[in-house]
Design a protein around this ligand. Structure first.
Ligand code: ZN
Length: 85
């Protein structure tokens, strides 16, 4: 199963909200709209996914508040999805 950015962000929004323990997979599923299998997959590969969807310029992790293609990074101020010279 391949996790896409949209799924990872849905997971991160729930995590960042702090409303539930992420091990309560049923609750996380209700809040995020993700399937339980998807959530388990994200938990298992969390650090890898966090790197994968981080800002390409400065490495700031995606906290679920932005999407890679249309937002500026809070840290470096550059477009998160594009490496600037
Ligand atoms: Zn950045």
């Amino acid at each position: 199963m391949k996790i896409n950015q949209e799924q990872f962000e849905a997971y991160e929004r729930v995590r960042a909200s702090g409303v539930t323990n992420m091990w309560a997979v049923s609750v996380v599923s209700d809040l995020s709209g993700l399937e339980k299998d998807t959530i388990m997959q994200i938990m298992k590969n969390y650090s890898e996914l966090k790197d994968k969807f981080a800002c390409l310029n400065c490495g700031k992790a995606n906290d679920g508040a932005w999407t890679i293609t249309d937002d500026l990074c809070d840290d470096c101020g550059k477009l998160k999805g594009e490496v600037e010279q």
